[in-house]
Design a protein around this ligand. Sequence first.
Ligand SMILES: Cc1cc2nc3c(=O)[nH]c(=O)nc-3n(C[C@H](O)[C@H](O)[C@H](O)COP(=O)(O)O)c2cc1C
Length: 296
Amino acid sequence: MNLLPRLPDDTVGADVAHQQRSLAALLSRRYRLPIAAADVGPAALPALEPLLSHRSVRRYLPKPLSDGTVEFLVAAAQSAPSSSNLQLWSVIDVQNAERRHALAEVAGQQAHIVEASAFLVWIADLHRPTELAVARNFGHEALSYLEMFLMASIDTALAAQNAVVAAEALGLGVVYIGALRNDPERVAQILELPSRSFAVFGLCVGWPHPEAEGAVKPRLPQGVVLHRDRYGDVASQRGSVDEYDRRMQTFYAEQSIVAPAGGWSIHSAQRIATVAALRGRERLRKALHALGFELR
Ligand SMILES: Cc1cc2nc3c(=O)[nH]c(=O)nc-3n(C[C@H](O)[C@H](O)[C@H](O)COP(=O)(O)O)c2cc1C
């Protein structure tokens, strides 16, 4: 698998060859497949290494972040692209212990929410544009449509992921907390959110505990997710998915994770088999209506 464009031959020196070997190692670890060749410009590896090494971290050292870290992460987040530059998101740095505990309760008692050095809640924010429009004597009827909610959610996710990449480049560990959506109204209450704002997810940030740094979780082989020109035949991917299931079973066993026999596909199938598998989140539309989103 040659994943990246080849450099012109005359730029390939010893240094570049070393970078290519390093990059191939990172890619092989991500897929748990041998990657024969991957060529990359010499300057790229330091930026790509944290990206390709991502793993969620759920245990942290009791050590504060350096001064200015949250602000730096927000700057990285604000550097993400934004639909029409509307910047339809906000983020809440939750420091108060009581609020953290209450959020952890919503999220099924995930202890890392309380233990992380920082807990950032990412808000799809249609409140700010409502206020801006009102203050300038404009209407804001477009905000009532599903499109604007989706736009705000996309902007929020892109921003948060930029913060993740920045945090990992600093040596920090992170994990997203989608379980805040178990009870959006309660989260809105805890964080005193105004109408038309919604906590899409939280993000724990902290110094990884050396005993729980986790391993890089393998992903589906590229042949399964990368299509050429048209959506490919899913049936022909079955063998690749079966092999991935076996790799994931090995991963689960190595990490002592209790996982269903059958690996990733069965785990995924169980996650979508019934409404009950949504664990309360099936009422999201209702919750969003209650928070002021009309979703027309
Ligand atoms: C939007 C989103 C929400 C998530 N919510 C949770 C969560 O509530 N709790 C948790 O432990 N992990 C959560 N995760 C982490 C995923 O389980 C994790 O990213 C996935 O298993 C892949 O593992 P990796 O991040 O180590 O590569 C979430 C990830 C995303 C992207």
